[in-house]
Design a protein around this ligand. Sequence first.
Ligand code: ADP
Ligand code: ASP
Ligand code: MG
Length: 458
Amino acid sequence: MKVLKFGGTSVGTPESLRSVKNIVESCDERVIVVVSALGGITDRLIATAREAEKVSPGYQDMFREIIDRHHAMTEEMVPADERAQVILAIDALFKELSDIYLGVSLLRELSERSLDRVVSYGERLSSTIIEHVINGAVLRFSPSFIRTTRQFGRHVLDNDLTHRCIASEFAEAPERITLVGGFISSDEQGHITNLGRGGSDYTAAILAAELRAETLEIWTDVDGFMTADPRIIPSAKVIDELSFVEAMELCNFGAKVIYPPTIYPVFHRNIPIYIKNTFNPSYPGTRIADIENLSKEPSAGGVSSISDTCLLRVKISDSAVQEATESRMINALSRNGINVFLTSRPAGCFEICCAISASSLPAARSALLAEFSSELETGEMPPLSVSDNLATIALVGENINPDETVRRKICSALHEAKISPVTLPAGSTDSTVSFMVEMDNRVKALQAIHRAFFECGY
Ligand code: ADP
Ligand code: ASP
Ligand code: MG
């Protein structure tokens, strides 16, 4: 059995959906197919909700466009004898959505719960249509078995409940092609939730891991995992093979091709992932698996970046408290669910720095104020400072961190491009070396690193 996930662009137009149909129908084993909303629809659902909240009359037109797009897809792709039934089903969903938009505009308030409901219609609509496009597909409602709980103000997967729900849902699943809408889930109270933007990849990985699939295939709009984001670096090349760890690091550092939490569940079960192009299905794509670099030679896999990061700076009185302060800082941040991308101790100054995303700055500030309250009160520690508008760039590859030449090569590539990094290249794991630059230098720095490691031989 294998799990195939098709993203928004893959199900965005009749032409791409025809390709999806061919790919799925030509599989001869049992498959679980996970689909996203039609490309761009999640953004439109959110934008329409925001207009409804402002009671802007334009929201009706935006809503109409969403309806028209799904009707047009149904007209073009669903066989004539099933079309009326599908129109009836999607119109019932549009009636519910229309009531929600009306409620939002009457109350002039868009709560998180309402927005979670609104965005869920993207996958509910796409999967309702696609069930009638792929011959033999049987649709199962993912919120009944992908279950979330709340942690640090976010929906996170409830592993135990999801495990039990998937076991019971799929105990008897005789169909050869199961279709599932990705991204959407439900919480303990039965409210519709989701796994976060880009979360359909995660739905597919959870199902692959729970049902012990042989492979997980992520079908998208590029030929595979590339050495950099092809929109920023047009000369980026497809990577034939990546280890789970390399792929996980690249995604954690912003490679959008896979939603970061996706890799762990399949890594845990040693299920290989293939990244494939819906628009070029015969291309082999990228294989992500438990690949061991037996030679232990350093080899760069790819470079990625996270925009909008900031650097929290804590001053210390002397080097004796450096280690203890750094671990208190990291622990306080992680206890509050804040992801630290890198830490740095700039040479020559008594300071500890942690890179976090700008959106978590308020929570991070409160966590550190609480952690260091006594030192701050007595004046033993000067007030925290923050440098913002930064980007974090990561070069990822097996065994590159212990290799001093990699860091030197990064520094000289940045020097040649006339960029002074905000933090010096440093490794967080054996396979990652990362540094920060001003946001304005992000693209230039990515280009410089890509040129040095992937275009000039390494
Ligand atoms: P989908 O709708 O299929 O989920 P996404 O837009 O989420 O697709 O992810 C695919 C996109 O990820 C590609 O079109 C590409 O622009 C971007 N991307 C960013 N980094 C990389 C990378 N290292 N390799 C491949 N694609 C990348
Ligand atoms: N439709 C959702 C989004 O746009 C989930 C996904 O595409 O993976 O974020
Ligand atoms: Mg995606």
